[in-house]
Ligand binder design. Structure first.
Ligand code: FAD
Length: 417
């Protein structure tokens, strides 16, 4: 079933009776070449690229809930390639390029909207840092532009330019950044993988990982044992728990991050705006809701529910920069579990167990990584060599200290992140 304007028109005129399910609902087989644990964005993208680019189709994606029911469907949908440090910058650059052709590749409307991102700065020091970051982004081959106060005012006149503590001096802008419809991304990858023969198995929690003589042999699941030549983790916030099934301890803590959506309002915010001093990021969805969030709740937890002090902080920081938001009513909020590494950068690597692969540590930035992560992880699983754009995402850096990508300058300790 291909989507096209013509098809939509035809179905609209004939009672919409011709649409079929987007993917099958298969029974798990006893054995696969590759089993992927987790049917979020990264697991589904990995399955898609394994099938589409490497011809490996005897794959099962095992999801304990429903496809796209994890963080891939519950985030603030920001997509960008404006990282500063080598390791991250080439990876997110690769990912953004995949985003730009994703809808055509998947024949699926992921509502990719390159509306631009404005990272505000408020003092000379921050401006210098923005210049440095901008140059690093341009050297990487991506776009960055320094705007002064008037330049920001032209694009976002509703911002509080004369806040006493944080007057706006300008912004670093990336025009190719933007947003995408989060769950459509999961559905698009799911459909693309299913079409190529991948089994997407929902309500199938992995409860154990079988290892014999240092080599993975399969998994135990709520729907029985499944043998596999290769097993790939893509469990995001649950990565530590899943890795523990194979006796591994990961350098990851799981923390809650909350997000908020207001009722629909008339078009106000055209870009994505970030106010780093208050750690606010805000955009407006196509339905009109203002979508925003701020920082982690700052305690390790698996409860997908946030605390009230962080709600208060987020509202304060939001109203400080976008005062008009105080008039909007909050429609909903939610919390997701983030797989935080000490240096804020991810892991795509072999594990110490033969045939068991790791994809985790996405912190609060894994949505924008979805195509890049799936693409690079598929390359690792298929060839047993790291993808060029993800070669620095090594597990060993946390043991040796060599190759840390400390994007936030917080050091290599969890509690400083
Ligand atoms: C509030 C919030 C805002 C965010 N905003 C952004 C943003 O603006 N931009 C950005 O880039 N990133 C953002 N993120 C981060 C991003 O959403 C995540 O990093 C990313 O979605 C994680 O990868 P995933 O999609 O594969 O995870 P998930 O969708 O969580 O997938 C993991 C899957 O594994 C499954 N699973 C776990 N354990 C098992 C098991 N034992 N057996 C079988 N299945 C299992 C889970 O059910 C889940 O479906 C945000 C996150 C949150 C919570």
């Amino acid at each position: 079933m291909r989507f096209s304007g013509w098809r939509v028109l035809k179905e609209g005129l004939t009672g919409n009776k011709g649409w079929g399910p987007h993917w099958r609902d298969p029974e798990p087989k006893r054995e696969y070449d590759v089993v992927i644990i987790g049917g979020g964005g990264h697991g589904l993208a990995t399955a898609y690229y394994l099938a589409a680019e490497h011809g490996i189709t005897n794959i099962a994606v095992l999801e304990k809930g429903y496809l796209g029911g994890g963080n891939v469907g519950r985030n603030t949908t920001i997509v960008r390639a404006n990282y500063y440090l080598p390791g991250n910058s080439e990876f997110y650059s690769h990912s953004l390029r995949l985003w730009e052709s994703l809808e055509q590749e998947l024949n699926y409307n992921a509502m990719m909207s390159q509306r631009g991102i404005l990272n505000l700065y408020h003092n000379d020091g921050q401006r210098d840092a923005a210049v440095r970051r901008g140059n690093s982004i341009i050297n990487q081959g991506d776009d960055a532009e320094l705007l002064d106060r008037d330049g920001v005012r032209k694009l976002a006149p509703y911002l509080n330019f004369d806040n006493n503590r944080f007057p706006i001096m300008g912004a670093l802008m990336q025009r190719r950044a933007g947003t995408a419809r989060h769950d459509a991304v999961a559905w698009g990858f799911a459909r693309g993988a299913d079409m190529r023969g991948v089994d997407l198995i929902q309500k199938c929690e992995v409860t154990g990982i079988d290892v014999e003589g240092g080599k993975v042999t399969g998994v135990q699941t709520a729907r029985g044992p499944i043998r596999a030549k290769k097993v790939a983790l893509a469990a995001a916030g649950r990565s530590s728990q899943v890795a523990a099934m194979a006796g591994l301890t990961l350098p990851i803590e799981s923390h809650v991050l909350q997000a908020f959506v207001t009722e629909g309002v008339k078009p106000l915010i055209d870009q994505v705006i970030t106010f780093a001093e208050g750690h606010l990021y805000i955009s407006q969805s196509d339905k009109g809701g203002l979508v925003f969030g701020s920082y982690l709740d700052f305690y390790a937890s698996y409860a997908a529910r946030g605390n009230l002090p962080m709600v208060e902080h987020t509202m304060e920081t939001c109203v400080a920069m976008v005062p008009a938001v105080s008039k909007a009513r909050l429609l909903r909020s939610w919390g997701g579990i983030m797989d935080m590494t000490p240096d804020g950068s991810p892991i795509i690597d072999h594990s110490p167990i033969d045939g068991l692969y790791l994809n985790c540590g996405w912190c609060y930035g894994g949505f924008k990584a979805t195509p890049g992560s799936g693409n690079a992880y598929a390359h690792l699983i298929a060839t047993d060599r790291p993808h060029g754009a993800a070669r620095k995402f090594k597990l060993d850096r946390f043991r040796s200290g060599h190759g840390l990508m400390d994007e936030e300058g917080t050091g290599a300790q969890h509690n400083l992140h």
